[in-house]
Ligand binder design. Structure first.
Ligand code: SF4
Length: 311
């Protein structure tokens, strides 16, 4: 939205301050992704991932323009700029899709794969115990877990799949490895957001908990504060610690080292704050138990550090 000239200033400034191998990536809906922008990203070694939920009928349920118009064709046009660029192998990092549990996993998978994405990231929809995510009836229901378990079957049956980070992480964690995705496993993520006016805030996904949940009480800004000082502060450490589950249900759960208790935004409940299992707890149990069972059926040894109980 800032246009090519200002984007170049931003990317040149970032590259000037960061080592050349330091990854910089842009997540975009792709609608303003022109060849000129792609050339800039290539020059400054910035990879691009595009958000699209599926074919037009699925994507346009939630991803509409300002006048409620379809965005699908413009998004695909942006994806095609990446696919056709001479530096496509570097530039086109992948696709990001928010799950609609009412869609058919194989149809979404086949469609996104047809866009030749090297990697597809699937996300749980925003929501919490006080505001159930779209398509989820209750804490006990498993619409998302069932959808992901069916996606897993499609994924494992494909001899040439794109990478699906969410499933790969659960598989790796089940085998005793490490994940890279926020909200899974026991890895720590120190996500800080720098707003366009320089304000430093928490992970913006927290906004869905309550108004202001993503704000620090301190008014930090990169105009006046050193990031290193902010990260050393008591308040930032408290925010960072929020990622670890505090609920006794999670602490006693046999899947904790794989599930991680979910992302903080999914744990929120009015009156109890973040001291709850993820609202997707039962979905996670269905998916993880399916992953473990598929691994065992293949004769693979599930990590011994993970005590297995039936979901
Ligand atoms: S499966 Fe449920 S109880 Fe277990 S760690 Fe995940 S959110 Fe917590």
């Amino acid at each position: 939205m800032m246009g090519a000239r200002r984007l170049e200033f931003l990317l040149a400034s970032l590259r000037d301050g960061l080592p050349v191998h330091y990854p910089i990536s842009i997540q975009t809906n792709g609608m303003l992704l022109t060849r000129e922008v792609a050339d800039l990203c290539s020059r400054y070694r910035v990879s691009v991932s595009v958000s699209i939920d599926g074919p037009k009928s699925v994507n346009d349920l939630f991803r509409l323009g300002k006048k409620s118009e379809s965005t699908h064709d413009s998004v695909v046009a942006g994806i095609n700029v990446l696919r056709q660029h001479p530096d496509s192998a570097f530039l086109y990092a992948g696709l990001l899709s928010v799950i609609n549990p009412e869609s058919t996993p194989i149809a979404i998978y086949d469609y996104l794969k047809s866009l030749e994405a090297p990697s597809i990231d699937f996300l749980y929809r925003d929501g919490n115990h006080s505001h159930m995510p779209y398509g989820k009836k209750s804490f006990e229901s498993i619409e998302y877990g069932d959808w992901l378990a069916r996606l897993l079957d499609v994924y494992l049956a494909d001899p040439a799949p794109p990478r699906i980070r969410f499933l790969d992480d659960i598989i790796k964690l089940s085998l005793g490895g490490h994940g890279v995705k926020e909200g899974l496993g026991d890895a720590e993520y120190g996500i800080a957001i720098i707003e366009t006016d320089g304000t430093i805030s928490k992970n913006d996904t927290l906004k869905s908990s309550f108004n202001g949940a993503d704000k620090f009480t301190e008014s930090w800004s990169i105009k006046f504060n050193e990031l290193a000082d902010v990260f050393r502060s008591h308040e930032f450490k408290g925010y960072h610690y929020l990622q670890r589950p505090t609920s006794n249900i999670c602490k006693d759960c046999s899947y904790l080292l794989i599930c991680g208790g979910g992302m903080p935004l999914h744990r929120w409940k009015i009156g109890f704050e973040y001291d709850n299992p993820s609202v997707y707890c039962n979905d996670q149990k269905i998916l993880i138990s399916k992953v473990i069972s598929r691994l065992q059926n293949e004769g693979l040894k599930v990590a011994s550090r993970i005590p297995i109980k039936n979901a």
